[in-house]
Design a protein around this ligand. Sequence first.
Ligand SMILES: [Cu+2]
Length: 109
Amino acid sequence: MPNRLVLAIAIVLGFVVAVPAATTIKVIQHGLALNPDSAVISRGDRLIFTNDDDVIHNIHIFGPGGEDDSEDLGLQKPGKSLSYKFDKIGAYRVRCNIHPSVKMSVQVK
Ligand SMILES: [Cu+2]
């Protein structure tokens, strides 16, 4: 096998091994609260919010980029799940537009 081909294969294999897989963390909306109510995750990880209450929630995520850095995930009926990917390093706040007690903090490293 030519040396260049061996080197190319080694680089590709090394790259695949070096890239960590993104993690998905489950967050349950229950009793008008989020569980867990805080999380420390890596850039690119996802949270999946599952509405285990019998009311509609509306998750709104405020990113580390200031006033305009927010995303409203919209109305979420009981039993439904939503997924959000955290792409920026820094502190996020998550809250429900309808219920002030439904909130959590997320630190992205
Ligand atoms: Cu709510």
